[in-house]
Design a protein around this ligand. Structure first.
Ligand code: ZN
Length: 156
């Protein structure tokens, strides 16, 4: 595994649409394991392949319940509403208020390219929406209500 460089807002690749993954290859397997390592190293709860410069529809998420790998994910159901802070590894040191559905159902493929469905509420639903939007070239900052804020880090 290897930690990859996270692309930062202003890098135009972040506004591009990612392409569907057609088959699992050693190259894609390596990308997924690198994405997980990069996400954990950066202490993020989610990462899309485009954030490491690869325009493939692959997302990794871990909201504290173990890793979730989504290949070619699509939101097939959503309901409710949640309003809260959101941040992004590609927009370091910032956060902003975004309204998202409170419950989301996603259909995706796993590392064996088998279809499955997964549901999430609250933070997991937010992560699904945020990461899948990356695959269509959308950053959360386009949905922020009010202004972006600086995140204040507490000193240890
Ligand atoms: Zn993000």
């Amino acid at each position: 595994m290897a930690i990859r460089t996270i692309r930062i807002e202003g890098d135009e690749i972040l506004n591009k649409k990612s392409k569907p993954v057609k088959e699992m290859t050693p190259r894609n397997e390596k990308l997924i394991s690198d994405m997980l390592e990069t996400m954990y190293d950066a202490e993020g709860v989610g990462l899309a392949a485009v954030q490491v410069g690869i325009l493939k529809r692959i997302v990794t998420i871990d909201v504290g319940e173990g890793p979730i790998i989504l290949i070619n994910p699509e939101i097939i159901e959503e309901d409710g509403e949640q309003r809260g802070y959101e941040g992004c590894l590609s927009v370091p040191g910032k956060r902003g208020i975004v309204t998202r559905p409170n419950h989301v159902k996603v259909r995706a493929q796993n590392e064996k390219m088998e279809f499955f469905e997964i549901e999430g509420t609250e933070l997991l639903a937010r992560a699904f929406c945020h990461e899948i939007a990356h695959l269509d070239g959308e950053l959360y900052i386009s949905r922020v209500e009010g202004s972006l804020e600086d995140v204040e880090y507490e000193e240890e």
